[in-house]
Design a protein around this ligand. Structure first.
Ligand code: BTN
Length: 237
């Protein structure tokens, strides 16, 4: 395990992508500010300096890489564990990569892999809104943060440490073959909802049956049951 802390960096995910070969498994990189923070689908991840938690974890362990499809849900559960510890309530996983409080996003997760002949490493990048009160961007649905939920400032170091140790614990459990499905189902935000989805370029209304054991998402589309892997679908609630 190795901790690297920056004041400012382009992106903690980019740092690990550029340096993964020299770094050990479970290297944990955090920063107070990103100048080119990245979100899913080529979006930017914006966060005022020093207000929120931004970090990335490097996974090189072969057993974990073999279970890479669980890493996204496991990361979301880990953040939920930490947020519950700081008394945030009503936490949900919005498949495939977000943590919500009721209908508002509090955390985004970006998983990236580096492959040559095989998958060499996975980088889990996590951004949690902690002490940000004001969100100025044009959001369809304004995000929330820990401070908005509990009404008090949270020590970022304490929060980061909590997430780190919960992450180490959960990764160890995953390595040992622990099944997180029951836990995941308790927080399934999309289950039972009708959502607009873009499946391979085609827009349609689908009904979500829920997150499956293999972490794919079960949906009903045109009376057909289907399982979707992340990346194949975009949602509009
Ligand atoms: C999303 O919701 O689109 C995913 C956001 C992921 C943001 C985190 S912040 C730390 C890490 N570094 C990045 O550039 N992105 C991730």
């Amino acid at each position: 395990m190795q901790f690297i802390e920056f004041d400012t960096i382009d992106s903690t995910n980019t740092y690990l992508k550029d340096n993964w070969e020299q770094l050990e498994d479970l290297t944990f990189v955090s920063t107070l500010e990103q100048t080119a923070g990245r979100g899913r689908n080529q979006r930017k991840w914006l966060s005022p300096k020093g207000e929120n938690m931004m970090f990335s974890v490097l996974i090189k362990d072969r057993d974990l890489l073999n279970r890479y499809r669980y890493l996204s849900m496991l990361s979301a559960l880990t953040v939920i564990d930490a947020l519950e510890h700081f008394v945030v309530k009503d936490l949900m996983i919005k498949w495939p990569n977000d943590v919500y409080v009721r209908d508002r996003k509090i955390c985004g997760i970006l998983l990236e892999g580096v492959s040559r002949e095989q998958l060499e490493c996975v980088i889990i990048g996590i951004g949690v809104n902690v002490n940000q009160k004001v969100f100025t961007d044009n959001y369809l649905n304004e995000p929330t943060s820990v401070i908005r939920e509990i009404g008090q400032v949270t020590d970022l170091n304490e929060f980061r440490t909590a997430v780190y140790w919960k992450m180490i614990g959960n990764l160890q459990l995953l390595k040992e073959g622990h099944d997180f499905h029951q836990e995941i189902m308790k927080h399934d935000y999309l289950k039972g909802r009708k959502v607009y989805a873009e499946i391979n370029g085609e827009k349609a209304e689908v009904e979500v049956t829920g997150i499956n054991e293999d972490c794919s998402l079960g949906i009903i589309w045109q009376n057909r049951k289907m399982n979707i892997d992340s990346g194949e679908i975009t949602f509009h609630l």
